[in-house]
Write a protein that binds this ligand. Structure first.
Ligand code: PLZ
Length: 446
């Protein structure tokens, strides 16, 4: 067992951020690591447990990012740690397509059972969200014998070549990294806060426009798949209006187009359902998962209709590390934690606190233009007071204030003006409220 007492669940700032020890190591970071890597929070981590990160200067930082929506069950969650330790003593690797092992199969069984849809399903395991997206597209094209992929404005699907093509935002994801894969078609995303049509009809108008584009510009019979995040992550936690996802799914089903949900950021209890699609009973043909599935170990999956998942020839899918036994052991610990700690309910409770407190801040501070999201996946969009003009400067100041006071909060958004909240679902209410007090003070200080 890990020594959880070593990381008490309380915020404690004992040096400037970064402290002197972190600053020393960060110099080596600059010397040794690629300049292409960003850094959201400038400290060096010593330990982390649940929702507190302890740095090498002794600062205890509240983690409202969960490693970008990964450690939903908490950092070094006990059930994950125990299972990984047991597995590492058994064997570390064989490659599932060389000599298979049981925990890979158990992870797939859990996914087949617990992702939306009651039909027969199968899964394949890989290493990262981007790799899972790549595999879903491979499978969709192979199954439908069609090539076109429809994606959305503000979408994020990864950093590999195909997934850069699927991702919307140029800076920093795509600039100078082309050429990109072809047969990718982007359609508008109904972004209600910035919608220019008749807001009361946003769902109908958007669906009509998108379907018109697909039929006239691509040809529905050429479309292999529609790929969408049920709540957009990096794009700024854009929640599609009610009826939009079911409408898209209906169009897809009627046209033998596969409907693929990228639940990489929204999955694993995050939104107050196991998967965000469940909110409107949307049943995708394929679901892509990653991040939260492994509790911090690298794992990702594609789960889908058995006929679709079986369409590839033997040997068409694979990879050296996909479904590594340590990552699968971790995933089984994650599934157990979600169930036993009732993390779906906890996400709703956290959601209630976030909505209430962020709305209260919106009423006090005119730079907060909108509070949105669902469950423990919520965000605020910052604008210049009295307008909807993006306000990345205010965002930077507030984030800096939080940083100096030991609160790690991530940003997002096409316009670089969204503060997003992705706390570990095991965060205590006291810790969450303490972090939100710091945020509130950050706005007051603007
Ligand atoms: N699909 C919806 O959110 C990863 C990216 C962090 P990988 N998002 C965090 C960064 O700056 O690189 C993501 C996602 C959605 C796919 C991915 C890609 O997942 O595991 O990072 O490849």
């Amino acid at each position: 067992m890990i020594d959880t007492d070593a990381v008490p669940q309380v915020r404690r700032v004992v040096t400037a951020i970064p402290g002197p020890k972190s600053a020393e190591v960060l110099k080596r970071r600059t010397e040794a690591t690629s300049g292409g890597l960003g850094m959201a929070f400038p400290v060096i981590v010593e330990k982390a447990h649940d929702a507190i990160i302890l740095d090498i200067d002794g600062n205890q930082i509240i983690d409202l990012g969960a490693g970008i929506g990964v450690t939903n069950v908490g950092n070094s969650a006990p059930r994950v740690v125990e299972r990984v330790i047991a597995q590492v003593q058994q064997f570390t690797h064989t490659n599932f397509t060389t000599a298979p092992y049981e925990n890979y199969i158990e992870v797939c069984e859990w996914l087949n059972k617990n992702t939306p849809g009651k039909f027969a399903k199968k899964s394949v395991l890989v290493n990262s969200g981007a790799e899972a997206v790549e595999n879903a597209i491979k499978i969709a094209r192979h199954f439908t014998k069609r090539q076109a992929i429809v994606v959305f404005e503000h979408a994020y699907h990864g950093r590999t070549n195909l997934t850069m093509a699927l991702t919307a935002k140029n800076m920093p994801y795509k600039e100078g990294f082309g050429p990109f894969a072809n047969e990718v078609y982007r359609v508008p995303m109904p972004y209600s806060y910035r919608y220019e049509g008749n807001l009361a009809k946003i769902t109908e108008e958007s669906l009509e426009h998108i379907i018109h584009k697909i039929e006239k510009e691509i040809g529905a019979k050429n479309v292999a798949a529609i790929l969408i995040e049920p709540i957009q992550g990096e794009g700024g936690f854009i929640v599609p209006p009610k009826g939009f996802l079911p409408g898209l799914q209906k169009f897809a089903n009627e046209n033998h187009v596969l409907f693929i949900a990228d639940e990489v950021q929204s999955g694993f209890a995050r939104t107050g359902n196991l998967f965000a699609c469940e909110d409107e009973n949307v049943v995708p043909d394929m679901v892509i998962t990653a991040k939260g599935i492994g509790g911090g170990l690298p794992l990702a999956a594609v789960t889908g209709r058995a006929d679709v998942m079986d369409s590839s020839h033997v040997g068409g899918l694979g990879g050296t590390y996909g479904g590594n036994p340590l990552a699968c052991a971790a995933a089984l610990g994650v599934f157990e934690t979600i169930e036993e700690e009732k993390l779906v309910d906890r996400a709703r409770l956290i959601g209630g606190i976030l909505t209430a407190r962020l709305t209260e801040m919106k009423n006090k501070y005119s730079v907060i233009g909108e509070v949105r999201g669902r469950g423990a996946m919520q965000a605020i969009e910052l604008v210049k007071a009295g307008s909807k003009e993006p306000n990345p400067e205010a965002m930077a100041k507030v984030i800096k204030h939080c940083q100096q006071n030991g609160v790690l909060i991530l940003t997002a958004g096409t316009y670089g003006n969204v503060i997003r909240f992705l706390p570990p679902l095991v965060i205590t209410e006291a810790l969450l409220n303490d972090a939100l007090d710091v945020l509130d003070a950050g706005f007051a200080a603007l």
